[in-house]
Design a protein around this ligand. Structure first.
Ligand SMILES: *Cc1c(COP(=O)(O)O)cnc(C)c1O
Length: 496
């Protein structure tokens, strides 16, 4: 029997996994969620001997039940290949008191590659299975890393086009260069004069615009999403938590059944939601530690039960976490309401109308495995310095937020349980912040590419291909628009 998915705002809207992936977002604006979380169907001890690809199959077959074994294995084989610079795909590195799960060994050196390497295959397979003949148009809002990872995944994939909107003044120079140099006749990259929330709300509005949808269908197009609102992004992210547990078993750091904690630098709440699903599959995870930067809307939510986006938006050195509307929290709210679509829909209406909502005590209890923490800019830089000084290991700014939260707020009380910190980007992607954190006076005046060479000098790790590529590649996308011109940009890309 197939595991079905339904909208968080309407339980009657039921689809298969492949249909949910194809659609991206439900028509009522809700997100697709599995009707139940399947159990991991193997003895925990066996994880120790499994490769990343084997783990991926064991996890994904439980969720994506309408894909055949052959289809799924084929998607996995094509996704997790030598695009990654290590056969381990997601190595687990011990430094100091914690384990860093390095999720940045893919094509764009951020953790979005973990899911976006496979999403294009899952999506084109889904199109075939469902006899979708329209060209699939991936509309994506990015806070910096999703954009490039999605572009890399979908570039020149037959039957697809991809359009990425990014906040023109809200991403790092390397992030921007990575996107605007993207090759591929089916790609388009547009900067908007607004922040990530504007880009994300704009994309959601385009999805919800029935008239636009119909108009484009007539022209042979249908929309889908590569953002973590697409369940096809979340399922592949469950894999690496299961894999991390297997590595801890293999290295004798845990016995099967003993718990680990996870610490996740959080923005849109996709990554940590995948950890929550992992726990609900039966993997022994004790605490889900949600780490925020100065945009600490989630920290306040877990502390008070009130989600309130009415606050100043702060640009930080961890731009992929500069988010005030964490889309995937809606999925947690839905689960915490006892799968009550009406309750969830009402809260989401409050969020869009008043910018805030408060959950009940009962719902808070159901979210009791989550603990929030946050790091200021100063704490983030201090953490990069501390870890480098104490162990020679260099963290990127996002990972440093999580590491700081763990070190300062949880390590003492939770030290007996191994902590796995999701290491979400390579330090090479944020070389300026990382190097000035380590030695402000020495590095302040150097340009970005000199800093990259200096970083190589202190880490001894080779400069990733993703960085070498952008040194000399020409800019191919230079469109910048006002935030209310997104619809026009879509039409221009598809119809002209
Ligand atoms: C996207 C991103 C995050 C935030 O992940 P969410 O799933 O949106 O919570 C953290 N760090 C990096 C480097 C990212 O690219």
């Amino acid at each position: 029997m197939n595991l079905m998915y339904n909208s968080t705002r309407n339980a009657e809207d039921r689809v298969t996994a492949s249909q949910a992936i194809l659609k991206g977002l439900a028509e009522d604006g809700g997100l697709y969620v599995p009707e139940r979380i399947p159990a991991l169907e193997l003895p925990l001890a066996s994880l120790a001997g499994m490769s990343y690809q084997e783990t991926a199959y064991a996890v994904m077959k439980q969720f994506l039940t309408d894909y055949s074994e052959e289809e799924l294995k084929d998607c996995i084989r094509r996704a997790y290949d030598d695009k990654f610079d290590t056969e381990e795909i997601a190595p687990l590195r011990k430094a100091g008191e914690a384990y860093y799960l390095e999720l940045f060994h893919g094509a764009t050196i951020a953790f979005k590659d973990m899911a976006l390497s496979i999403l294009p295959y899952l999506m084109t397979t889904a199109a075939k299975k469902n006899h979708e003949t329209h060209e699939i148009v991936i509309l994506t809002a990015t806070s910096g890393d999703t954009g490039k990872a999605a572009l890399a995944g979908f570039a020149d994939v037959p039957g697809t086009r991809i359009l990425v909107f990014y906040p023109k003044h809200g991403v790092s120079p390397v992030q921007e260069l990575q996107m605007v140099t993207q090759k591929g006749a089916n790609t388009c990259v547009v900067g908007i004069l607004g922040n990530f929330d504007d880009a994300q709300s704009g994309v959601k509005r385009l999805f919800a615009d029935k008239k636009l949808g119909e108009e484009l269908r007539e022209q042979g197009f249908c929309f889908s999403s590569a953002n973590s609102i697409n369940i096809g992004r979340l399922v592949p992210q469950i894999v690496y938590y299961v894999y991390a547990y297997g590595r801890l078993l293999k290295d004798g750091k845990l016995l099967a059944g003993e718990p680990m904690n996870v610490v996740v630098p959080t923005g849109n709440f996709g990554n940590i939601l995948a950890a929550f699903y992992t726990k609900n599959m039966g993997l022994p995870i004790e605490k889900l530690i949600c780490a925020s930067n100065e945009n600490k809307v989630l920290f306040d939510f877990f502390r008070t039960g009130t989600y309130d986006r009415n606050r100043e938006f702060v640009l930080t050195s961890s731009p992929s976490m500069d988010i005030l509307i964490s889309s995937n929290l809606e999925r947690l709210i839905y689960h915490a309401s006892g799968q009550n679509a009406a309750v969830n829909a009402a809260l989401m209406r409050e969020l869009s109308e008043a910018g805030r909502y408060t959950v009940t005590e009962e719902m808070r209890t159901r979210m009791g495995d989550f603990a929030g923490g946050y790091a200021t800019e100063e704490q983030t830089f201090a953490e990069i310095r501390r870890v480098y000084t104490e162990s020679g290991y260099v963290l990127d700014t996002h990972t440093a937020v999580a590491s700081s939260v763990y070190h300062n707020q949880f390590a003492k009380e939770c030290g007996s349980v191994p902590a796995v910190i999701a290491s979400t980007a390579s330090p090479y992607k944020f070389a300026r912040s990382v190097m000035t954190a380590i030695h402000e006076a020495k590095y302040r005046e150097m340009d970005d590419f000199t800093l990259i060479d200096e970083l190589q000098g202190i880490t001894g790790t080779p400069i990733p291909r993703a960085i070498e590529e952008i040194r000399s590649t020409p800019v191919l996308h230079d469109t910048v628009i006002e935030k209310d011109e997104m619809e026009a940009a879509v039409k221009h890309f598809l119809l002209s």
